[in-house]
Design a protein around this ligand. Structure first.
Ligand SMILES: [Zn+2]
Ligand SMILES: [Zn+2]
Length: 156
């Protein structure tokens, strides 16, 4: 599963324009951080972005990765995935969508479905505040973890 090239290029253009707009010089390093996030469907954490970018840019520091991600998040161009265990995970897909989260290995995948888009806020929500959007998080075991669980059961 990969993000189509044209979409990656579009996202990289948006992200790099924003970095420049925020007054940051568009260095090769920052551009590679933006590209890594833009092309990933894995909702990577900072450490993963750092590891992957380092393969192409061995001189990059983890600090540069942190700051570039923080800037992009501050500008609202990438979002942090809500309520995931462990380190913060980032999403460059700004279209309205939902997530499947594996509670064992932390896999996160985008989910699009009209039935999830139709979920309505219940009346009790009004007492808490104004609901502006609803994102559904489907939690469970991914195929791979489920497979492992079945193997374990057979062994017992
Ligand atoms: Zn899993
Ligand atoms: Zn997502």
């Amino acid at each position: 599963m990969t993000v189509p090239d044209t979409e990656v290029e579009r996202r990289v253009r948006v992200l790099s324009q924003a970095l420049r707009g925020a007054g940051l010089r568009l260095t090769h390093q920052r551009l590679e951080v933006a590209r890594e996030i833009a092309r990933s469907e894995a909702h990577p954490d900072t450490e993963t972005v750092y590891r992957n970018v380092r393969l192409r840019v061995p001189t990059i520091s983890v600090d540069t990765v942190y700051r570039t991600i923080a800037t992009l998040e501050g500008l609202g161009l990438i979002t942090r995935v809500d309520a995931t265990p462990g380190a913060a995970r980032y999403d460059a897909n700004l279209e309205h969508h939902h997530h499947f989260v594996c509670t064992r290995c932390g896999l996160i995948r985008d989910v699009y479905h009209p039935s999830l888009d139709k979920v309505e806020a219940p009346d009790v929500a009004d007492q808490l505040g104004k609901v502006e959007s609803i994102r559904v998080q489907l939690r469970g075991l991914c195929k791979s973890c489920e497979g492992k669980e079945n193997e374990d059961e057979r062994r017992e």
